[in-house]
Design a protein around this ligand. Structure first.
Ligand code: PLP
Length: 391
């Protein structure tokens, strides 16, 4: 028997990939499956970005790059961060990583060990908790509540900090609930964090450009007082419909940057070179496709929310960001995971049960509205028929 480290007894997964595999298998059997499970834009990567990758290969950019990423890309990231947050990071503090997820992997590895506590949102992206458990650190859930429109509560978050707290993970706009934390709450959180200078913060802002109804995204990068211990997580996957390219970036405080670079050198040497040129074209080229995609998500959001609220036993707050709805299904009489599973097997609609995102996820399911309006309408109709027949 091979003896691997004990972290593997605790590491989790992302159930969205298991649901995707099941949905794909059912579709291969000839079933008509509507996938509202996986969180990825249903748009194609814009042509000019694809062309930039092809050109990079033709120009001979097929070798290793610096471990942190090519300089023009890191400069473009710095300029983009400045445009959106008012602060221009030094390109030397920017790390290009193979997908946004890698930043959380690195940050949690950097701070997690037995005895340490790491705060993370619940419901939240499942990998936060999984990786915290892997390191042996204690995961401390920050409750994300429906009655608070799924925004962070500064007071509740700050109340969880103690002398063992090493890292706090925040995420706005958020997966899976679509909540966006308003400016006043972010300011309160930052003011509280100023009193805990030894606690690092990772701000997952991968959905930064997807807010609706005039809601502003407030980046933690815009607050000077915490910047020296802030790790910014962002990337191309959602904004530019590039999930499969595996392109993300992080901005690290100077104190941590060399550690992050060493992890990168140890793990992947550098990110796929042509993909980096594609990422450069994405940031420096026209942004019309991004705006059109977000406008389309906004239209679908209304269809999803209205449709969900018309279903028996279902109520849904209007999400203000990302591309997820997180309806409350408590009055249907179903538990969330059995409902998600029955919707897939019997009604051909893939969703994700709320408990896959944390303890507070019971009573909710997640729907991604990164699918056509027609499919969303068909899915809602099927869900309505299913719930009427199986109350
Ligand atoms: N952070 C959040 C909140 C996400 O929802 C996701 C993807 O679903 C990621 C990070 C990871 O994105 P990537 O595909 O770039 O690794």
């Amino acid at each position: 028997m091979l003896k691997t480290i004990s972290g593997f007894d605790r590491i989790g997964e992302e159930n969205a990939f298991a649901v995707l595999a099941r949905a794909t298998a059912l579709a291969a059997q000839g079933r008509d499956i509507i996938n509202l499970g996986i969180g990825q834009p249903d748009f194609r990567t814009p042509d000019h970005i694809v062309e930039a990758a092809i050109k990079a290969l033709r120009d001979g950019h097929h070798g290793y790059t610096p471990a942190t990423g090519i300089l023009p890309l890191r400069e473009a990231v710095a300029a983009d961060v400045e445009k959106r947050t008012g602060f221009a990071p030094d390109p030397d503090n920017v790390l290009i990583v193979p997908g946004g997820k890698v930043t959380m992997f690195m940050a949690i590895l950097m701070f997690g060990e037995p005895g340490a506590e790491i705060l993370y949102p619940d419901p939240g992206f499942p990998i936060y908790r999984s990786m915290i458990e892997f390191t042996g650190a204690t995961p401390v859930p920050i409750p994300i509540r429906e009655e608070n429109d799924f925004a962070f509560s500064a007071e509740e978050t700050l109340s969880l900090i103690n002398e063992r707290t090493r890292l706090i993970i925040v995420n706005s706009p958020a997966n899976p609930c679509g909540g966006v934390t308003p400016r006043a709450e972010v300011e309160k959180l930052v003011a509280g964090l100023e009193k805990h200078p030894d606690v690092a913060i990772m701000s997952d802002e991968i959905y930064a450009q997807m807010t609706y109804d005039g809601m502003e995204h407030v980046s933690l990068m815009s607050f000077e007082s915490i910047r020296d211990r802030l790790i910014l997580l962002d990337g191309w996957s959602k904004t530019y419909a590039m999930t499969g390219w595996r392109m993300g970036y992080s901005v690290w405080p100077t104190e941590l940057m060399n550690k992050a670079r060493k992890l990168a050198v140890n793990a992947w040497s550098c990110v796929n070179a042509p993909a980096q040129y594609a990422g450069l074209a994405a940031l420096t080229g026209p942004q019309d496709a991004v705006h059109e995609m977000v406008a389309e998500f906004d239209r679908r959001r209304k269809v999803v929310v209205d449709g969900l609220n018309a279903l028996p036993g279902v109520s849904c707050r209007t999400p203000l960001g990302a591309f997820y709805a997180f309806p409350n299904i408590k009055a249907t009489g179903w538990k969330a995971k059995p409902l998600a599973s029955a919707l897939l097997e019997d009604a051909g609609v893939a969703t994700i049960g709320g408990p896959d995102f944390g303890i507070l996820g019971e009573g909710y399911i997640r729907l991604s509205y990164a699918n056509s309006t027609e499919n969303i309408r068909r899915a809602l109709e099927r869900m309505g028929d299913f719930l009427s027949a199986n109350a």
